[in-house]
Design a binder for this molecule. Structure first.
Ligand code: 5GP
Ligand code: 5GP
Length: 229
């Protein structure tokens, strides 16, 4: 077959477009969920918890993760096996991570396992926007921007084992942050619905809270327990 010059150029353009498209498909996402967990609820369930090596975390919400997501509710995961967690890139963030992103799973460790898991599963899917250092730094800055415990305390919602209306919890956070939030509960051994995780949506640069394109679907009771920690 004889190909003329313009046919070859067109073919090359198509091939380049296809390869770029494949590449961007594996990297693209629409927004992040920034997820914070209440340690009192993580620990008050059937799976027990262990405190990190640095000691009992503060009685505060801790970061669970910064998760790239698609607008239709699906999400990419484990996007780049070649991008291993490299703790030397975040050595100067370690004390801030220990404070703000503590691990509660057993057996006790210093948090590196949790951060590695979050990087490998979620962080590698937003590498088009944030490298490893930027990813952890972005999560820490987001936590700094929104003090969930303070917001709830001001609204009279305290971690005192009491029960609070889910709508009141949602209203307090939404009024202060100006954006919608998702709330996930867990169930303790008595069957109580407990405030477990708060989801907020963040733009693809990892810096601004945004209205959620889609809230995660989780069920809570209309009244939920806010356990002591
Ligand atoms: P679970 O099944 O306990 O809700 O979630 C288990 C894990 O799946 C989470 O810790 C997180 O890594 C991932 N995951 C669950 N729901 C979502 C979601 O809506 N978006 C993203 N990006 N990850 C999720
Ligand atoms: P996910 O896939 O749910 O984002 O990640 C949860 C994984 O991180 C589980 O394997 C869990 O054992 C581990 N992990 C370590 N520390 C914590 C913690 O403090 N909270 C939660 N939810 N998971 C943790």
């Amino acid at each position: 077959m004889k190909l003329n010059y313009s046919a070859i150029v067109n073919l090359l353009i198509i091939l380049q477009f296809l390869s770029l498209d494949c590449f961007s498909l594996s990297q693209d996402f629409d927004f992040f969920y920034f997820v914070q967990q209440w340690p009192g609820s993580y620990c008050d369930t059937k799976h027990s918890c262990c405190y990190p090596k640095s000691g009992k975390p503060a009685a505060d919400f801790g970061i669970h993760g910064l998760w790239p997501n698609y607008n239709d509710g699906s999400y990419p995961s484990n996007c780049n096996p070649d991008s291993v967690f490299d703790k030397s890139q975040i050595s100067d963030l370690k004390s801030s991570l220990e404070k703000n992103w503590p691990t509660l799973s057993c057996p006790s460790n210093d948090g590196t396992k949790f951060w590695t898991h979050e990087w490998v599963k979620h962080g590698t899917c937003s590498e088009s926007e944030l490298d490893q250092r930027e990813y952890f730094e972005a999560a820490l800055k987001l936590k700094d921007k929104i003090n969930l415990l303070k917001i709830l305390n001001i609204a009279g919602i305290k971690a005192d084992d009491g029960f609070y209306e889910l709508d009141e919890i949602r209203k307090a956070i939404e009024e202060e942050s100006g954006v919608s939030v998702g709330i996930e509960c867990n169930v303790d051994s008595y069957g109580n619905s407990q405030l477990y995780q708060i989801y907020m949506c963040v733009d693809t640069s990892g810096s601004q809270f945004i209205q959620c394109p889609l809230l995660p679907r989780h069920r809570c009771g209309s009244s939920v327990q806010f356990p002591k920690f």
